[in-house]
Every structure is written in structure tokens, then in C-alpha cells.
Design a protein around this ligand. Structure first.
Ligand code: PMP
Length: 351
């Protein structure tokens, strides 16, 4: 390691992303990407972007995109913040919590980037254990805190909290920012965006990476009352982070305008999920109840790591987390029905 940079840089624990293979044709069920391609309207918006549009800098405020998002959620554009993927939006939101003297709360089993950002920015955090069924214990988030970050559904469990629980959480924490990361909300959940008029402390974060099949485009956004969004804008402008590029802004607008493609895509994922959970149960797996585009499954007789490696050898990649409590699980993204059938056949041979 370099003798330069500071002690803190050397002790940081970076986020480990899922593998993105470059050369092999694999059945790829490891990073929760969509099994189908984005709406044809998105592809058309990309193709029809002119040289003249590319010659110019992008709109720094993504006005057309923020308007399209606001329309979808019956909000005002001043209540919408956009970023290069929801990861960037969340990174800014974490920075917004930086100067708070109290610890930020999030579940102990959750999206692993949260601890990375907290570590990077030096934000004190406390991880609240899940219950014995891996569900978030909403009642345990009532102590004074410097903010709450909760993915709903949670990752990698896929378990959804009902909107009433989110409301209770917001009511019990009126003096803290509550960030609900809804990366997977479109696969059977109800968005907390409906609660924004009631709660000035609520920030809802969405992505176009999953339910809109645009992980490669990098578009995410946050919804909240104008004052909260204004705070995020200040963080962003201090950070000099880049606006969305011209193509991303145009394509994202086209995606948000294609509601029928969106509904059909989400339904397809939910149908395949139901089928896959049934097949995994038939093979003896226990699946946590998933409202996401992945399932978290464990087999009482087989080590998840061994299954993960045996599948890998056959060109099927899923995700395994070497962490206490969840190392007996495999996380399987909901791929196409054909890819899920290949997985089930491979597991049938292995078990
Ligand atoms: N939140 C959660 C819970 C996720 O699983 C992911 C995807 N890894 C993200 C946010 C980030 O998604 P993106 O940056 O592609 O919008």
C-alpha cells in the first residue's frame, strides 16, 4: 500500500460489488439486474440523440427528467433530486447526515454500502439487529439518532415492511431524517412516496436500475419535501458531482413515460419469482418471503458456499455472503424464466 494518503484511507473497508463477467456466456443471477431489455422507447431516445445535443453540456438541473418523475408521483419538481444511480443519491444523503452528533441507525443485515459510506465519511452508526425471522424491528428505531436508513424491501433478505410500519417509524422520529431506500419497491411493495406530504423528515430513494432495466445507464432519484431536497442539492453542489449526461436524461424520461412496459416487466419478474420459490421449496430450500427481484434461500442439508461454487463451475453465478447469520443463504436474482430453469436443473443434479 502507498505510503501516501492518510491513515484513514488505509483503514477504509471498500464495498465489494457483484462480479460482472467480461468474457464468458454465463447464467448471471448475481447482481439483481433486470431479465429483460429496457423499453423500446428508451432505446429510441438513445438512438435519436443528435450530435448537436451531445456537443453541448447536459442540463445541470435535469429539468425535464425531474418534471417527469414529479408527474409520476404527483409531486413538484422541487421535491425531486436526481443522481448518477441511487448509489450516488444515497452517498449524498449520507453526507447530509455528516455533522449530526448522534449515530445513524440502519439494520445489521442490509445493503453493505451503508457501512462503507459511514466509514468513509466518519459518520457514527449503530446497526440494529433484525428479528429471528430476519425482519426489521421498527420499534427498535425509537432512540435519539442522527438519521435512519432503511431499505424497503431490505437487501439481501427481500423482506418488505408494510407502509403502516414506515409511518410508525416516521412518527417516532420526527426530528431525524428517515431515508427509505426503495431500490426494489416495484416488485410488490407500496412506496412510501405517498407519505411525503405528511412528513418533512422523509426521503424516498428510487433507482431505474432494477424495475426499469437500466442499471447500465446510472439513474437514481430521491423524493422528499422541498427543504430536504434543497439540502441534498447543497451537498451535491459542494461536492461538484456531475449532472446526469445528455443520454441518461433523455432515456430516463422515455422510461418513465412508458408505464405499460414498466407494469409488464414488473409482473413478469413477480411471476418468475413465484415459480422459482416453488421450485426451490420442492428441492428442500427455505426461501425468505421476497418482495424484491431476488430470493434469499438456504438449504438445511447443504453449505451455501459449496453450492455457490458448484454452480459457478457450471457457469451459473449467484451471490453468497460470507457473513455470520447469512452465510447459509444464496441470493438468487430473478432472471428470465429460461435462466431460472437452468438454475433449477443444475440444483436438481447437485442435491
Ligand atoms: N440500494 C440497494 C438496496 C441496492 O441493492 C442497490 C443495488 N446494488 C442500490 C441501492 C444501488 O443501485 P443503483 O446505484 O444501480 O441505482
Amino acid at each position: 500500500m502507498s505510503r501516501f494518503w492518510s491513515e484513514i484511507t488505509h483503514t477504509l473497508v471498500p464495498y465489494v460489488p457483484g462480479e460482472q463477467p467480461r468474457h464468458q456466456r454465463l447464467v448471471k443471477l448475481n447482481t439483481n439486474e433486470a431479465p429483460i431489455e429496457a423499453s423500446p422507447k428508451v432505446l429510441e431516445a438513445i438512438r435519436s440523440t443528435s450530435g448537436d445535443q451531445l456537443r453541448r453540456y447536459p442540463d445541470p438541473e435535469s429539468v425535464a427528467l425531474r418534471q417527469a418523475i414529479a408527474t409520476r408521483f404527483a409531486l413538484d419538481p422541487a421535491q425531486v433530486f436526481v443522481g448518477n444511480g441511487s448509489d450516488e443519491v444515497l452517498a449524498h444523503a449520507f453526507l447530509g447526515l455528516l455533522k449530526h452528533p448522534q449515530a445513524v441507525l440502519f439494520p445489521d443485515i442490509t445493503y453493505s454500502f451503508y457501512t462503507v459510506w459511514a466509514g468513509l465519511y466518519g459518520i457514527a452508526c449503530r446497526q440494529v439487529p433484525l428479528d429471528e425471522h430476519f425482519a426489521v424491528k421498527v420499534g427498535e428505531y425509537a432512540e435519539p439518532n442522527g438519521g435512519i436508513v432503511l431499505p424497503n424491501p431490505n437487501a439481501p433478505t427481500g423482506i418488505l415492511l408494510p407502509l403502516e410500519d414506515i409511518r410508525r417509524l416516521l412518527q417516532a422520529n420526527r426530528d431525524s431524517v428517515v431515508i427509505i431506500d426503495e431500490a426494489y419497491i416495484d416488485f410488490g411493495g407500496e412506496s412510501a412516496a405517498a407519505l411525503i406530504p405528511e412528513f418533512d423528515n422523509l426521503l424516498v430513494v428510487h433507482t431505474l436500475s432494477k424495475s426499469r432495466a437500466l442499471a447500465g445507464l446510472r439513474v437514481g432519484y430521491a423524493l422528499g419535501q422541498a427543504e430536504l431536497i434543497e439540502g441534498l442539492n447543497r451537498v451535491k453542489n459542494c461536492f461538484n458531482s456531475y449532472p446526469l449526461d445528455v443520454i441518461a436524461q433523455r432515456a430516463a424520461v422515455a422510461s418513465l413515460e412508458d408505464e405499460s412496459w414498466f407494469r409488464a416487466g414488473c409482473n413478469e419478474v413477480m411471476e418468475t419469482r413465484a415459480w422459482l420459490c416453488g421450485e426451490l421449496a420442492r428441492l428442500g430450500f427455505e426461501c425468505l418471503p421476497s418482495a424484491a427481484n431476488f430470493v434469499f434461500a438456504s438449504h438445511p442439508q447443504r453449505h451455501a458456499r459449496e453450492l455457490f461454487e458448484a454452480l459457478r463451475e457450471q457457469g451459473i453465478i449467484v451471490r453468497h455472503f460470507a457473513r455470520p447469520r447469512i452465510d447459509r443463504f444464496l441470493r438468487v436474482s430473478i432472471g428470465s424464466r429460461a435462466d431460472c430453469e437452468i438454475l433449477v436443473e443444475a440444483l436438481e443434479q447437485l442435491l
